[in-house]
Design a protein around this ligand. Structure first.
Ligand SMILES: [Mn+2]
Length: 439
């Protein structure tokens, strides 16, 4: 699919929000070394990709807005013979011009000379605060060069502004063409969870189960997990960011898998917890039903106007009541919630924004109030309960709960009328999971 018109529209929408006499600067991500002289697979800077869809290094995007109008300018590199031989050709100046995405395209060789001309007369510079120290320094060097020429009549900008404030708000509201890609990432990830449930058996290594996910991602064209997969059998499920994935899956244990793919830069994020041998024990079932009830109830309140924090409140309302019913907690429900007495078992938030970054951009508070949901936002809902033997062994907790760790996570799109669960194809009821695993 040709997304060029969408990138042009995003740049235009950004221009609309810039004051006149301003220049916005963005730089592509650099290749990152993994070991000695070999690199990680390249991933473009998320903001740069959002505006351009380009996957090359050594790109500079300049957007200049004056009272006379606005222009978008790309600086890029042409490949040399050696580069074509070893890593293949770049689009180059002519190739970039043919996309007709930018007002003008120049060679990187002209960067400093042209940049000083572009910055001349601008009152403010927007760039991505915190992107990298060398990028900050580069921008300050350009400004200082201009300042040194002020006796010759050059004027330099006097205000620096964070481009991310604008870009990250834009990225929070997903456009239809983005939702298509998020759904695709979600669909592939759901199929990976189904494949994994079908392959799981006692004695299997956690990394072998992880391999089933990676297989499904790659086979369907998603060339990377959206984040390092968490595959934790038994007690390991209680370690929130367990990524060693190197233990054996044991009969009668549960396995928690937090794994999903990135498809054309859009992420899914799914957690499922299922029994290694295909059948939940009674204590596992009791905790699972509680987490699931809290997750479903929380998803069901999602619609425009609901506050982000209402989701966690709903989770706590259901889970704390359930923990009281199971005699894991005692006394007064509101007191437990106010004093955070549930935290030995549930110590994280209900979820996060999802998009080009798995923990996507966008403020969670506006004017110090929890953000109200609106159509186009995509978020995860992922309550969990964890009974770590290491942390809870000297408490009065009934030992039958120890070693159980359960999280259930789906990806939810806020729609005009309510919400859509993008990941509902991954089984999560006990009967659906046990049925699938018995086949
Ligand atoms: Mn998540």
């Amino acid at each position: 699919m040709d997304y060029t018109k969408h990138y042009i529209a995003r740049v235009q929408k950004l221009i609309d929000q810039l004051p006149t006499e301003s220049v916005l600067l963005l730089k592509s991500a650099e290749a990152k070394i993994r070991s000695n002289d070999t690199e990680y697979g390249y991933r473009q800077n998320s903001d740069f990709y959002y505006l351009t869809g380009l996957e090359e290094t050594d790109l500079f995007l300049v957007i200049k807005k004056t009272s006379a109008g606005a222009e978008s300018i790309l600086f890029c590199k042409d490949s040399d013979t050696m580069e074509i031989q070893w890593v293949g050709p770049r689009l180059g100046v002519e190739g970039m011009k043919q996309t007709k995405q930018f007002t003008d395209v120049f060679s990187l060789d002209a960067l400093t000379f042209k940049m000083l001309a572009l910055l001349q007369g601008a009152k403010q510079i927007y760039f991505d605060f915190g992107a990298s120290p060398s990028w900050h320094k580069q921008i300050m060097d350009w400004i200082n060069t201009l300042k040194s020429k002020n006796r010759k009549g050059a004027t330099s900008p006097d205000t620096l502004k964070d481009a991310r404030k604008i870009l990250h708000e834009m990225r929070l509201f997903k456009q239809p063409e983005e939702i298509v890609l998020l759904q695709k990432a979600a669909d592939i990830s759901c199929q990976a969870h189904i494949r994994a449930m079908q392959k799981t058996k006692p004695g299997m290594m956690e990394y072998a189960l992880e391999a089933e996910y990676i297989h499904e991602f790659y086979a369907q064209g998603a060339r990377s997990p959206a984040y390092t997969s968490i595959v934790g059998g038994g007690e390991n499920a209680c370690i929130l960011h367990y990524v060693n994935n190197n233990k054996k899956l044991v009969d009668k244990d549960l396995v928690l898998v937090d794994a999903a793919c990135e498809y054309q830069y859009y992420c899914a994020d799914i957690t499922r917890t299922f029994p290694v041998n295909g059948q939940f024990s009674a204590p596992q079932q009791a905790i699972y039903e509680l987490v699931l009830a809290a997750q479903v109830a929380a998803i069901n309140i999602i619609k425009p106007g609901v506050a982000f924090s209402d989701i966690q409140d709903k989770v706590l309302d259901i889970m704390v009541q359930g923990l009281l019913d199971l005699k894991i907690l005692q006394d007064d429900k509101q007191g437990i919630i106010q004093k955070n007495l549930y935290q030995p078992f549930y110590m994280h938030n209900s979820g996060h924004w999802l998009g080009i970054d798995v923990h996507d951009t966008g403020e969670y508070k506006v004017d110090n109030q929890s953000r109200k949901l609106a159509p186009g936002m995509v978020l995860t809902v992922e309550p969990g309960l964890y009974f770590s033997s290491l942390l809870l062994k000297n408490t009065h907790l009934d030992p039958k709960w120890l070693g159980i760790g359960i999280r259930i996570e789906d990806d939810i799109l806020v729609t005009e009328l309510g919400h859509k669960n993008l990941t509902e194809a991954a089984p999560k009821t006990i009967s659906d999971i046990q049925h699938l695993m018995s086949q």
